[in-house]
Design a protein around this ligand. Structure first.
Ligand code: FES
Length: 149
């Protein structure tokens, strides 16, 4: 684990039917992926509002991964397509507010794709490592240091 990896946090919203199951399978298969990933189990990615992604950044995430079922396989028909639109919209908001859009990404995996899931997580970790800690976190740290007695 690099020092940048230690300093950063990635939040992964994982659909319980596919990505979460793939993450679970990755654990059973003892596949390695970066330890700075915090998985949040969600019923379907379509349930995630734009606000959830923005809140994750506001609360300290340096990267957010949204992992849903493969297109055409969502258990709630179009949840993953709705999520895709929301992620794209949130990426635009991030870019407009000065945060790199690459910090937010949506991927699609099936429950059996443990290896692909770990690759997506690794890619996201590499992206975040390249970009460094979120500017929001850097600003927070600076303010906290300034108000310390
Ligand atoms: Fe998995 Fe909708 S049930 S993304």
């Amino acid at each position: 684990m690099s020092s940048n990896e230690k300093e950063t946090t990635i939040v992964a919203f994982c659909c319980i039917y596919c990505a979460y199951a793939a993450a679970d399978l990755a654990g059973s298969m003892r596949l390695q992926y970066p330890s700075n990933v915090r998985i949040i189990r969600t019923p379907c990615t379509g349930r995630l509002e734009v606000e959830y992604f923005l809140r994750a950044f506001e609360n300290g995430a340096d990267g957010v991964l949204v992992a849903g079922c493969e297109e055409g396989s969502c258990h709630f028909k179009e949840g993953n397509l709705i999520a895709k639109r929301r992620v794209n919209y949130a990426r635009k908001l991030l870019a407009e507010s000065g945060l790199e859009a690459e910090r937010l990404k949506m991927v699609n995996v099936s429950a059996a794709m443990a290896r692909l899931f770990t690759e997506h997580v690794r890619e996201m970790a590499e992206t975040v490592q390249r970009l460094g800690p979120s500017p929001l976190n850097r600003a927070k740290t600076r303010v906290q240091q300034e108000i310390k007695p």
